[in-house]
Design a protein around this ligand. Structure first.
Ligand code: GLY
Ligand code: MN
Ligand code: MN
Length: 432
């Protein structure tokens, strides 16, 4: 950790202490106990599932993977960290890093499968805590109003958080370059995944989400989850949606590549989606309505489909007839932070719900952009048989050149995704 990052983190924690004091007092609490969570065991087994530390805990303690630990926040007192590090000769116990933030916490090390006793007063406990345990603590478990207010406190990122997100992006891009090279060298999906992990220096269980590595038609499965071990004979395309976690903060990046057997239609479409993504990023600034920007993505996708002859009607007709939504069923992007799909995307600042439009139920961000938010911008264009079959049976079918759609089908799809910080006057792309 650099001195600069330590200084940014100190300011981040100053801000967090002040914000928690205000929020707790507003909601009538004397304090809150944040639980890191712990991994689940497989049934009748002694093996554990992979695990992600609770994000509100990580907001303070930059140790993703830390389990069975608790953090007590009481305004006016140093945060008290109950750090689970039991004596164990089967495993290496967690250790506190030699970093400046540790000295501002009151730390107790030991066994904390059971929660620490709380002082008298009104307390909340946040995290995956068994209800009977919370009742024995005499604390309110995940009270919705307090939870929503603390979620809102994660929507605008501090300079420390932006620095962490930038670093996560830097590692992820090293992985993406290696993934592309492994694909061009003839590798199978598993080879691409292993090349990504090696170059981004991360084990699979530490990733912020399961990397999506789709060769050929698998690129059209939005969250494709397998890694074929055999390389296909025909190499049309690769879609890689893969991230990295740095001190808990997530990168979420997608790249699409044409293979040696790609149809001449495909590479210009990758280029078109890339340029469309750049235009949308250029439009980012505080005050921009993300729902309106999502609508613009559809208009421009319509124009792209017309330009390349996939749609024979106008761009407007492609949007109105539901054609663009059959080719791209997901949202333009989402908030990014300690969670890939970060909290607070569908609520206004005052906590009132902002549901997505009926036409776009998958849109995860429906609010106006503000300085400090970090968002993904990820337009896509896919051949998804499940969505194109109803279009083919609809009145809009005659507006589509189905022969061209068939030529594209073996390529699956295209997605280009970057992570962008909304600054006071515009935006800064964190993806190098
Ligand atoms: N990687 C999941 C997403 O892009 O939202
Ligand atoms: Mn994303
Ligand atoms: Mn993604």
């Amino acid at each position: 950790m650099t001195t600069d990052l330590a200084a940014l983190q100190a300011r981040h924690l100053d801000t967090l202490e002040a914000a928690y004091a205000t929020t707790l007092s507003h909601h009538g609490f004397d304090g809150v106990l944040l639980y890191s969570g712990h991994p689940h065991r497989h049934f009748a087994d002694d093996q554990e599932a992979s695990f992600a530390t609770h994000a509100h805990f990580l907001h303070w303690v930059p140790m993703p993977g830390l389990a069975h630990s608790w953090l007590l926040i009481q305004p006016g007192k140093p945060p008290r960290l109950y750090f689970h590090a039991p004596d164990d000769f089967w495993h290496l116990p967690a250790g506190l890093p030699d970093e400046a933030w540790v000295s501002r916490f009151a730390v107790e090390q030991g066994r904390f499968e059971q929660p620490p006793a709380l002082p008298g007063g009104r307390f909340a406990v946040l995290g995956e805590v068994a209800p009977d345990l919370a009742a024995s603590l005499e604390a309110e478990l995940n009270p919705p109003a307090l939870t929503a207010a603390l979620d809102e406190g994660r929507v605008r990122k501090s300079d420390y958080e932006v620095a962490c997100l930038r670093e996560a992006n830097r590692h992820a891009m090293a992985g993406h370059r290696a993934a592309r090279d492994a694909f061009l060298a003839g590798g199978a999906e598993l080879d691409v995944q292993l090349a990504y992990l090696g170059a981004s220096r991360q084990r699979e269980s530490a990733l912020p989400y399961g990397n999506i590595v789709g060769l050929n038609a698998h690129g059209g499965v939005l969250h494709y989850q397998h890694y074929d071990t055999a390389a296909p004979a025909r190499r049309h395309s690769l879609l890689v949606d893969a991230g990295h976690r740095y001190r808990g903060y997530c990168a979420d990046i997608t790249r699409s590549w044409a293979g040696r057997d790609a149809d001449p239609l495909f590479a210009p479409l990758v280029d078109g989606v890339t340029r469309l993504q750049r235009r949308l990023i250029d439009a980012l600034a505080p005050g921009v309505d993300f729902v309106a920007l999502h609508a613009r993505m559809h208009r421009e996708l319509g124009a792209l489909l017309v330009e390349h002859g996939l749609v024979t009607a106008s761009a407007e007709a492609a949007v109105a007839g539901g054609i663009t939504r059959a080719f791209c069923p997901h949202g333009l992007g989402h908030l990014l932070g300690l969670q890939v799909h970060d909290v607070g995307g569908r609520r206004a600042t005052d906590g009132s719900p902002l549901p997505p439009p009926q036409t776009d139920p998958m849109l995860r961000l429906t609010r106006e952009l503000e300085a400090g938010m970090v968002v993904t911008i990820e337009p896509g264009l896919y051949v998804i048989p499940l969505l194109l079959a109803p279009l083919r049976a609809s009145s809009a079918a005659s507006d589509v050149d189905w022969a061209k759609v068939e030529r594209l089908a073996p390529h699956g799809g295209i997605r280009i995704e970057d992570d962008v910080w909304i600054t006071r006057h515009g935006a800064d792309n964190l993806t190098p």
